[in-house]
Design a protein around this ligand. Structure first.
Ligand code: TXA
Ligand code: MG
Length: 314
């Protein structure tokens, strides 16, 4: 089992020695290693059982550091960073050669973000290298939002989990790229599109799954529990699947196995609870998880995207 603790020095020493450490962020826990060291990065792919065609996000303490690892920062990215960094927003930017090709799966762009968590920011400030960190779950499964989620699945494979408590946002970062003055959203996430549009005007949204995705977070079946997930009208689905567990937005369906994301119908609270809910129902004695979409606004878009992917076959 991994040690769970709040010791930044211990995390730092392990990372400097080329080991992996699970780190807290405001979105989800990351499985971190030295982004400039191919051996550490290789370990990340191995521990996650992640195919090497799926690139990693690089975490930095601030925009100055992002500048060190990228060719240039477009004006739109600067604007967004000044409002939303540190925060749940990842930029796809032209990488410099010092970022190993392994990190970006051979792409010439690197995903880069400054996470908003005091422990991890302090750790990043103390390190002389940035941290490559995908979500700390086996490839394809639901992301972890507590240290125990990480322990459950990767505890045998990593030495240390830096304990930053439960994640505040609870859903992965929003990923954006830039073409001239256009901002393109590739993954809906913990920063709403409405918030981004307030700063940069209308954005393009390309979050649908395609066969050769620019952001393979677009893979259709992803973020998925092991149980079959069906999205629709819950009362109808309960009749069709009497042995199911119910994941509802705010209604109480009085079921033995159910999880209400937010009884006060708060989308932020629902996002914070989503992955714990899926993990909890996945462990209960039900054969199917039936659920419903939440209002498709704010973080609701990201929640609905994850539900759609959790329900996708294969
Ligand atoms: O909130 C987050 O973003 C979390 C925390 C730990 O920072 N990280 C995360 O990483 O969700 P991961 O690896 O689970 O998802 C990152 C997504 C992947 O789908 C990957 O394909 C995409 O970002 N990505 C990374 N670099 C990319 C690049 N250069 N071009 C296109 N997509 C990229
Ligand atoms: Mg992930």
């Amino acid at each position: 089992m991994a040690t769970i603790g709040k010791d930044i020095n211990k995390a730092k020493e392990l990372l400097e020695g080329g080991e992996l450490v699970a780190i807290p962020t405001e979105t989800v826990y990351g499985l971190a290693g030295n982004a400039l060291d191919s051996t550490s990065v290789t370990k990340i792919f191995q521990v996650k059982e992640r195919p090497q065609f799926d690139p990693l996000i690089v975490h930095v303490p601030d925009l100055d550091h992002a500048e060190k690892y990228t060719v240039s920062i477009p004006p739109m990215a600067r604007k967004l960073a000044s409002d939303f960094w540190p925060g749940p927003l990842t930029f796809l930017l032209q990488k410099r050669a010092m970022i190993p090709d392994l990190v970006t799966s051979g792409l010439d762009t690197v995903g880069i973000r400054c996470p908003d968590h005091p422990l991890t920011r302090e750790l990043l400030r103390q390190l002389t290298f940035p941290l490559a960190a995908p979500s700390a779950n086996p490839f394809g499964y639901v992301s972890p939002t507590t240290p125990m989620h990480v322990q459950d699945q990767l505890g045998e494979k990593i030495p240390y989990i830096l304990d930053g408590g439960a994640c505040d946002v609870g859903i992965e970062s929003t990923i954006v790229g830039f073409e001239g003055d256009d901002v393109i959203v590739y993954r809906a996430g913990g920063l709403s599109i409405e918030a981004i549009e307030k700063i940069v005007g209308k954005v393009q949204v390309q979050t649908h799954s395609v066969s050769n995705p620019k952001a393979p977070g677009q893979l259709k079946s992803h973020y998925a529990p092991r149980k079959k997930v069906i999205v629709g009208d819950i009362p109808t689905l309960i009749k069709q699947y009497p042995d199911s567990g119910v994941l509802s937005f705010s209604n109480d369906y009085q079921r033995k196995y159910q999880f209400i994301l937010s009884s006060r119908a708060s989308i932020e609270e629902a996002a914070r609870n989503l992955f714990t809910a899926l993990r909890t129902l996945d462990k209960q004695p039900v054969n199917t998880i039936v659920t419903e979409f939440v209002p498709n606004e704010g973080l609701g878009r990201a929640i609905n995207d994850r539900l759609r992917r959790a329900a996708a076959e294969g």
